[in-house]
Write a protein that binds this ligand. Sequence first.
Ligand code: SME
Length: 155
Amino acid sequence: MLRFTMEPRRDEVRARVRKAIAERGPLAETLSEVSKALQTLPHHTGVYLYLLRGDALELGAHAGRDTEHVRIPVGTGICGLSARTGQTVVVDDVKSDPRYLACNLETRSEIVVPIRRGSVYLAQIDVDSDHPAAFGADDRAFLEEVAALIEPAFP
Ligand code: SME
């Protein structure tokens, strides 16, 4: 049922993302629009787009609460774990995960999805939620789809 009710919202986000990519503007502007579009989805409290530069992730754009984590070494936190393993990471309860790097007290769950070109890890979509276990298989599949859509925007 949730899948059914969510599809129109996901269609809107998909359309915004496709438009932003088609406009071929500066990367920072494209990523800012993508993060704003994704934040309109339910429970997507904060959306952070990190770019992999050398051995660290750098914040490229975000929508939602500011974060002090503008640079995260690969291997540190949930973001760094995704960059180290090349995999999507879902944490249903950040308070019980010692790897979690806290930005605020309200966040309860998190998902980090890689943006890859072939086997090269370019960047990642990090979404925080104030709700526990907010990210299910459908959310993961959708964010992985968006990651593939925005890959061409990277140099
Ligand atoms: N929680 C992340 C740090 C980034 S903020 O959520 C924006 C982590 O554990 O890597």
